[in-house]
Ligand binder design. Structure first.
Ligand SMILES: *[C@@H]1O[C@H](CO)[C@@H](O)[C@H](O)[C@H]1NC(C)=O
Ligand SMILES: *[C@@H]1O[C@H](CO)[C@@H](O)[C@H](O)[C@H]1NC(C)=O
Ligand SMILES: *[C@@H]1O[C@H](CO)[C@@H](O)[C@H](O)[C@H]1NC(C)=O
Ligand SMILES: *[C@@H]1O[C@H](CO)[C@@H](O)[C@H](O)[C@H]1NC(C)=O
Length: 490
């Protein structure tokens, strides 16, 4: 054997070794799992999806029992959430904090849920919250930390506060001029100090999509990762994508106050697929794949070289999210509500792509549509459509959205069908003053899907039905009457 052959053998071995490092050694990718949906997939199905996709970390917005139980012994790292409306109570009562930790952390850890973080609040300093959580977030954080310590969990479970990237800014747009937002400057310093003292990470949500949505002059290519005609030059560093610049604005801010090494987690990052002219499959694929490729190199950002710990936003669409921020809110998922991947996405994990949910059970193949014989001039059309849209989901109807090209009758049908499906195809929910009818012919077009809902665990969604349908209230009322009648006749 010649020296040359020996040499290339070792080179080969080294290459294989580095390849294994690349494949198995990337920090792992996380996903946000929210449940504000009328027809959520069963938690066990979702956990299987996470496993199939090789997603190793999940971020929750609460601690729902079904979700937590499904994560038992999955090995998946969990960031469990505390909703903002609990902050006031947790801030004022150490007892409440102890109870929260006992019920929602200790017991699940003992059962084998791999809880690693507690997210105290969710973007509590957003301007839209009107300072509601300004005085409760830090005390709640302190009380939860205290309770974790008392429970003996403080070395394995870290606290954090997922914050919107608007808690810091740069007047010049250059990352090196970064600082905390002036109205919460001292509060942010105290929170950062507290996180640092407790070995806890700073969590930030970064959204180039929102920058584009809020500012029509925002350079579109700067939102993505393929280079830009409008780079930001900061000293010797040139930023060609908004993510790096935004992330580094935070790093500069932290550094300015002596926290340059504080761990940072990207709590949410993603791109929606519908509900706005810039929310579509092509842009979402381009952004998320660009981001995955960007972090898979492990190079990090100019100011923070190394692996980036991030949670994609989000795993699955949620049709009951508030649309106050915009119609796109219900379309952030990598998957549609029923667990179908929306586009190809290579997460850099062993299997390469997104795997569809298994054993999903759909309702019958039928749709509620505007009656062919009904007239567009009928005075009941407008109020019926408004009613359907208020109580169901019409966020795919609008300028340059997936169903934006329907003609008037299609629009009406879309609204009626959404309401009918959300109410589990109950006949009563396809009335609309006799303007609607049920059909077996799929009204979908090439871009616009008329959904069929999935079966939910409870079989029938009383919760949403009760608040959305007067007809069903009557059904409940009459069932109650006949029940009473039965009791009386016995
Ligand atoms: C535990 O979490 C659930 C879900 O977020 C919440 O409803 C419940 O109040 C929490 N328990 C305590 C004791 O705070
Ligand atoms: C915030 O304050 C503004 C102005 O006072 C008000 O119009 C808005 O409804 C408030 N929003 C919330 C969420 O309280
Ligand atoms: C920050 O902490 C200091 C020292 O404990 C305290 O005096 C100050 O009031 C705090 N400020 C805010 C806004 O929390
Ligand atoms: C369909 O509905 C959308 C959203 O409500 C509206 O903007 C559009 O004008 C409607 N199109 C027609 C043809 O009525």
């Amino acid at each position: 054997m010649t020296c040359g052959a020996m040499g290339s053998f070792y080179v080969m071995k080294a290459l294989v070794f580095y390849w294994l490092l690349m494949v198995g050694g990337v920090n792992g990718i996380g996903a946000n799992w929210g449940t504000q949906a009328s027809h959520p997939l069963p938690p066990n199905t979702v956990v299987q999806m996470l496993k199939d996709d090789g997603i190793t970390q999940v971020k929750l917005f609460d601690a729902e029992e079904g979700t937590m139980n499904a994560l038992t012994n999955s090995g998946i790292e969990v960031m469990v959430g505390i909703p903002n409306d609990m902050l006031a109570m947790l801030a004022t009562s150490t007892k409440a904090a102890e109870q929260w930790v006992s019920e929602n952390a200790s017991s699940y850890v003992n059962d084998g849920v791999n809880i690693r973080y507690v997210a105290v609040g969710n973007e509590p300093f957003l301007k839209t919250f009107n300072e509601s959580f300004l005085y409760t977030t830090l005390p709640a954080l302190q009380n939860i930390q205290g309770a974790l310590t008392n429970a003996g969990l403080s070395s394995r479970v870290k606290v954090t506060v997922p914050l919107n990237a608007d808690v810091y800014q740069s007047a010049s747009d250059r990352p090196s001029d970064g600082d905390f937002r002036s109205d919460i400057h001292d509060l942010m310093l105290n929170i950062t100090q507290f996180l640092s003292d407790n070995g806890a990470p700073f969590t930030v949500n970064i959204y180039p999509f929102i920058s584009l949505y809020d500012n029509p002059n925002f350079p579109v290519d700067y939102a993505f990762f393929d280079g830009t005609s409008s780079p930001v030059v900061d000293g010797s560093t040139t930023y060609t994508n908004m993510f790096d610049a935004n992330f580094d604005t935070l790093i500069w801010t932290l550094k300015k106050y002596g926290f340059g090494n504080l761990p940072v987690i990207v709590g949410e990052i993603g791109w929606p697929t519908d509900g706005d002219m810039n929310a579509n499959l092509q842009f979402a694929q381009k952004f998320n794949q660009g981001f995955m490729n960007h972090i898979s190199t492990g190079q990090g950002t100019p100011m923070r070289p190394g692996p980036i710990n991030a949670y994609l936003f989000s795993l699955i669409d949620e049709d009951e999210k508030s649309i106050q921020p915009g119609n796109f809110e219900r379309h952030w998922g990598l998957y549609t509500f029923d667990g179908l991947p929306k586009y190809q996405l290579n997460l850099g994990t062993s299997n390469g792509g997104l795997v569809r949910a298994k054993n999903v059970r759909y309702l019958d193949k039928k749709w509620c549509v505007f009656k062919p014989s009904a007239s567009l001039d009928d005075a009941n059309v407008a109020p019926s459509v408004s009613y359907a849209c208020e109580n169901a989901d019409c966020t795919s109807l609008g300028y340059k959205t997936s169903c934006g090209n329907l003609e008037a009758r299609g629009n009406i049908s879309y609204a009626f069908n959404s309401y009918y499906q959300i109410n589990d195809q109950n006949d009563v929910a396809c009335g609309f003053n006799n303007l609607a009818t049920i059909t077996n012919v799929d009204p979908s077009t090439s871009t616009c899907k008329f959904e069929i809902m999935i079966e939910t665990d409870s079989g029938f969604s009383w919760r949403s039905s009760l608040v959305t349908d007067k007809g069903i209230l009557l059904v409940v009322y009459f069932s109650f009457l006949s029940f009473m009648f039965l009791i009386i006749s016995f």
